[in-house]
Design a protein around this ligand. Sequence first.
Ligand code: GLY
Length: 308
Amino acid sequence: MKTQPVLLIHGGAWAMPDEAIAAHEAGIANALAAGYALLERGASAVDAVEAAVAVMEDDETFDAGRGSFLTQDGRVQMDALLMNGENLRTGGVACVERLRNPIHAARLVLDHSPHVYFVGTGAERFARQHGMALCDNMDLVIPREQERLYKAQAAELAGHSDTTFSGPLDSASHDTVGAVALDTHGNIAAGTSTGGTLNKAPGRVGDSSLIGCGCYADNLSAAVSLTGWGEPIMKLVLGKWAVDRVAAGASPQESAQAAIDYLFARLGGHGGIILLSPDGRIGLAHNTPRMAWGLRTPAGLESGVTRN
Ligand code: GLY
């Protein structure tokens, strides 16, 4: 018997201003359409997650692919992970600077390498050897982000502390993208892609592409993707923490809320989470003022930007 497919995605959790909502909603709708069309045709959950994430990487609205936040030295440096819950095959890349779609490189690692994770120029070389074109880093840099970096660094010079990591929520921005899917064969998958945090030190890697931190999938528990302030999420290995609770009997919604509560109670972290179990139940929670997300099932489409 065929399983009813499910696709749940997020486009970041942060203090999104009103004027950014329409672009986020449009980007979420496009990503859902691309990923769900594949699921309806019987494609794998991995295919659907990869397609949905790639659409958001291509959309400058989000902190992934072109339009990502910039490092201290004005470059785009991206991380992505893709994981197949059927067999735990996983592909990750970090600190890549010349790939338009890091999630496609993660897919190549998942499909073609005995290794799980590549960084920097080694990741780019692997991607190129497997057919991906390399771009110039400046092709990924957009004026909006140059302006944002300029303001962040001017504030730093003026003696204001860097609010990206520790400031009030209305100044922190975490626009990482991610997806979890259940396919008609009953398998789940997860993917997460990010440009990281604004004004990050070159070489810094966040939670998104670290297995069990910002992303995880196992048919025996659940698929998860996180967004938010990466360092606390990494310290708590929060993705695995959340799916383990589903395996232990919590519902995905209970587990999602518990993970975000734990993130804040233990380390004062901010972020959002999506969860999907192999029986099609979902969970979604965030402690940021807003989170962009979308859900597509045979019953229809639900999406929006939720407020806390
Ligand atoms: N969650 C994205 C990052 O911290 O890099």
